[in-house]
Write a new protein. Structure first.
Length: 279
């Protein structure tokens, strides 16, 4: 039996149609869902990512505010900008594009974002609340993965889940989200000893280590659910997907799997933030 393809591109299209309707409903009530994006410096990749997010906002009828700061910006200057956005009632979500120039205390700036507007799920408070099962906006990539899992009705409870990667915006929140779904979670990384033995026992794998094809297909057991959250210029992810359709029970393609869900989740969480202003 062929593996189920977890098609994030298709799910994001379906989600966008629903988001459009909800945005229209809010607009009729004089609320315009608005995402503020902050780009510090002129990193080409960051410029592309921010443009993609703003284009998605436009596509669903949401507003976006582009704030571009020079690469000489100080931590204090960035904190002041974030505070002004926190205080602006017309802004429902704030995205600080990672990375920022080295002279800036990125963590301090992330944590200055109001938890009510932390639609990218980057604050320590948001991570803590999410981990404890308290309402919070999840980090967008792992939250998008959970949405894929739920859309395809994959049963996670009781599974041995292995998250390969420990970054604060992907690996760590991914592990907590799976734990909240009652999976038994192991976190591995590039320095884990005998990693292939751990992966080979997994019922569900999330590749989030940032190394092309780090996870070999021969490590993956039959019937495993394979989520590849990586993307590299070589047009591949963190998992060697060669022949994966004959090994996994379900998997995300690269591209077209996890990636589209990341931006879609950012837009959805901004919409939810705007909807909360009605209550």
């Amino acid at each position: 039996m062929s593996a189920t393809v977890l098609d994030g591109k298709e799910l994001s299209k379906i989600s966008e149609e629903s988001i459009k309707d909800r945005v229209k409903n809010l607009t009729e009530k004089n609320i315009k869902p608005t995402l503020a994006t902050i780009l510090v410096g002129d990193d080409p990749a960051s410029e592309t990512y921010v443009k993609m997010k703003r284009n998605t906002c436009a596509r669903v009828g949401m507003e976006s505010i582009a704030i571009e700061l020079p690469d000489t910006t100080t931590t204090e200057e960035l904190l002041n900008k974030i505070k002004s956005l926190n205080d602006d009632k017309n802004v429902h979500g704030i995205l600080l594009q990672h990375p920022v120039p080295s002279q800036i205390d990125e963590r301090k700036c992330f944590d200055a974002i109001s938890i009510d507007k932390d639609v990218d799920g980057v604050t320590c408070l948001g991570f803590g609340n999410m981990s404890m099962g308290i309402d919070a906006y999840g980090s967008c990539t792992p939250a998008g993965i959970i949405r894929l899992i739920e859309h395809y009705n994959l049963q996670v409870q009781g599974l041995k889940a292995v998250v390969v990667g420990r970054s604060p915006i992907l690996g760590k929140p991914m592990a907590m989200m799976l734990l909240n779904l009652n999976a038994t979670v192991t976190i591995c990384h590039s320095r884990t000893k005998n990693i292939e033995n751990i992966i080979s026992d997994a019922d569900l794998i999330v590749g989030a280590v940032g190394i092309p094809k780090f996870i070999k297909s021969e490590w993956i057991k039959q019937g495993c659910i394979v989520i590849d959250a990586g993307y590299h210029p070589e047009q591949c992810g963190d998992v060697d997907l060669d022949g994966i359709e004959n090994i996994a029970s379900a998997y995300t393609p690269v591209p077209g799997g996890v990636g589209p869900m990341t931006i879609n989740t950012l837009i959805l969480q901004t919409l939810i933030s705007a909807e909360k202003t009605l209550s």
